[in-house]
Design a binder for this molecule. Structure first.
Ligand SMILES: *Cc1c(COP(=O)(O)O)cnc(C)c1O
Length: 237
């Protein structure tokens, strides 16, 4: 598929993804408005993002702050930018300026730096805690073991509002195998919700990508992050 053919197909693929989201919601007895699509646009050219925008998409997720700094000015101001990848502490200022939601807060130090900077700017920022559900050494995210204790300090932050959990399960080979990991994240959220410091706060679950977003929705996802299925294969830049 040539890049331009890929871009020409974006509107049709967006429609098909939205149809599949609605069907997964129907199967799970969920309100389709409770599931939001984030277009994972890392490494995609601006023309691809512009085509998705023209097709009606307003929520884009980038993995690197610098890439988003470069792309954001080229798109209309009503785009909502999400950070899907982890953040370095030296990028907190830019992150506060750019993003509506951070999906992958994976260390207490980063959370604290964000809270400090938000206070200095008289602002607030919403974020999700990334959980390493698969226990893979190579992956970012807080380990499942002892998680309620590890993340307890994040509940006390006033300017960084933790509003949910996010995960990237290990490559499963099939969506049905990822289901257990998605269920684990939801169960963890329910467990945290019974603790006084988190009660009622962790409303968002960011889980599910191109290969498994329908299963993630059936397991409770409120954000699905879809890249390849919408844009086509990521170009090697
Ligand atoms: C790239 C990426 C996605 C999208 O993955 P696809 O398989 O292309 O849909 C979702 N979430 C994160 C964190 C990513 O880095």
């Amino acid at each position: 598929m040539s890049p331009s053919a890929g871009i020409a197909g974006i509107a049709g693929r967006l429609e098909s993804i939205q149809t599949r989201i609605a069907a997964a919601c129907a199967r799970a007895g969920r309100n389709p408005a409770s599931v939001r699509l984030v277009a994972a646009s890392k490494m995609q050219p601006l023309e691809a993002l512009a085509a998705a925008y023209d097709a009606g998409l307003r929520r884009f997720g980038e993995n690197r702050v610098q890439e988003c700094v470069a792309k954001a000015p080229a798109l209309p101001a009503d785009v909502e930018w999400h950070l899907l990848g982890p953040l370095q502490t030296n990028k907190v200022k830019a992150a506060l300026r750019l993003f509506t939601l951070l999906h992958a807060v994976d260390r207490e130090k980063v959370a604290q730096a964000l809270d400090d900077e938000a206070r200095a700017q008289g602002r607030r920022l919403r974020a999700l805690i990334e959980v390493n559900v698969g226990g893979e050494e190579s992956k970012h995210g807080f380990p499942l073991d002892g998680l309620p204790e590890t993340i307890a300090p994040l509940a006390a932050l006033e300017r960084l509002e933790i509003v949910g959990l996010m995960t990237i399960p290990p490559p499963a080979g099939s969506p049905e195998l990822a289901r257990a990991d998605f269920g684990r994240l939801r169960a963890l959220r329910d467990e945290l919700d019974r603790r006084p410091e988190w009660a009622g706060r962790l409303v968002e679950l960011s889980m599910g990508m191109s290969d498994d977003f329908e299963v993630a929705i059936e397991e409770g996802a409120t954000y699905v992050r879809v890249g390849t299925l919408l844009f086509g294969t990521r170009p090697n830049l």
